[in-house]
Design a protein around this ligand. Structure first.
Ligand code: CA
Length: 232
């Protein structure tokens, strides 16, 4: 292959890599007004389950208030602001309750968000608690958080058998425009039979992968410079 053809291939590749990095940033600018819209009470900061529908009794004492796990053990919950879903907890700041009170792993049930239209590429949330993956068809034995479209589970996530919540991100680009709900499922009564959950929102690749995309951008620019530098 001649040097000229190789150079053309490198230039095309460099532009492809640069576009791969830039397109999410441009899309983010266009979608900015839509981000975070749609899910009612996405972080439970109303202090109750406004916007969410519960079945069973697993979520009777939810949301819970503050890092009351710290009273019992060393795990930090990493919850957002004041209120969060802590499936093991039984503390809502009400008379007769104390921080660190627990309802345990026995109760089961589900918690379903208000329906929303998927408008961005990613859905992000905090999740902790039991690692009991979703089991078709009805989730028996599961402890997880699902994205449900037309009654079908299309994305699912579990905690790591640890109380601390971590940020989890779903790629939902292929579901854009679809109506969906988020469902928190607790159908496990044994060890780690509870879900911790908080702060769900729609977001973009630019928000969640900005660091990686900037690396791609620089790689593309470097490749272009190498291809365009004049040989002696
Ligand atoms: Ca919260």
């Amino acid at each position: 292959m001649s040097g000229k053809i190789i150079r053309i291939i490198v230039i095309i590749s460099a532009f492809a890599v640069i576009l791969y990095a830039i397109v999410p940033a441009v899309k983010y600018r266009i979608q900015k007004d839509e981000i975070g819209k749609g899910i009612v009470n996405p972080d439970f900061e109303t202090g109750d389950l406004t916007g969410w529908t519960k079945t069973g009794n697993a979520f009777d004492y939810q949301p819970t208030l503050g890092d009351n796990i710290m009273i019992r053990r060393k795990d930090k919950t990493n919850h957002q602001r004041d209120w969060w879903i802590g499936g093991f907890e039984k503390y809502q700041g009400k008379p007769g309750q104390n921080p660190g009170d627990e309802q345990g792993d026995q109760p089961t049930g589900t918690l379903t968000s208000s329906p929303f239209v998927i408008k961005t590429d990613r859905i992000a949330f905090l999740i902790g608690g039991g690692r009991h993956p979703w089991v078709e068809p009805d989730g028996k034995g599961s402890c997880c958080v699902n994205l449900v479209i037309d009654g079908k589970v299309v994305k699912t996530a579990t905690g790591p058998d640890h109380e601390t919540m971590n940020r989890y991100i779903w790629n939902v680009s292929k579901f854009k425009g679809k109506k969906a709900v988020i469902q928190v499922v607790d159908k496990h009564s044994g060890g780690w039979g509870h879900v911790n959950f908080d702060d769900v929102f729609q977001t973009t690749r630019w928000h969640t992968e900005k660091g990686d995309l900037i690396v791609y951008l620089w790689a593309g620019v470097l490749l272009l410079m190498v291809a365009l530098v004049k040989r002696k």
